[in-house]
Design a protein around this ligand. Structure first.
Ligand SMILES: [Zn+2]
Length: 120
């Protein structure tokens, strides 16, 4: 179920990206109908690069990285989002599989990414 939900979420996000791209091209051509495909591409690339730099900048300011109190591997979170291991998994055991391709039985399934001296 979780995998299906995630796949639907990713497909939905992709569909929204495509819809946004269509809207952008539509708006560009509404303002400058004589634009060539190549010119539209250059404008889209410039917009994407600008947005990427903004995201990177905000993310660099908001990301906190520490070592997990449970498994001692690096964890991070963006702003007030939940803590997760840098592998992308919340659970310590799942993160061991991400890293090693095998489950580390020292970690129970209930252990989650936890910053030092915190109960969150
Ligand atoms: Zn951990």
């Amino acid at each position: 179920m979780g995998d299906v939900g995630r796949a639907v979420g990713e497909l939905n996000a992709y569909a929204e990206q495509l819809e946004d791209a269509v809207d952008l091209v539509h708006d560009m051509l509404a303002i400058e109908p004589e634009l060539s495909g190549q010119e539209v591409l250059v404008k889209l690339r410039a917009l994407a690069d600008k947005r990427r730099r903004e995201v990177d900048s905000v993310q660099a300011d908001a990301v906190v990285r520490v070592d997990c109190a449970n498994c001692k591997h690096p964890i991070w979170r963006l702003g007030d989002s939940r803590w997760e291991h840098v592998t992308g998994s919340v659970g310590c055991r799942a993160a061991s599989f991400d890293r090693d391709g095998d489950w580390d039985d020292r970690f129970s399934k209930s252990l989650k990414a936890t910053p030092p001296s915190s109960r969150s």
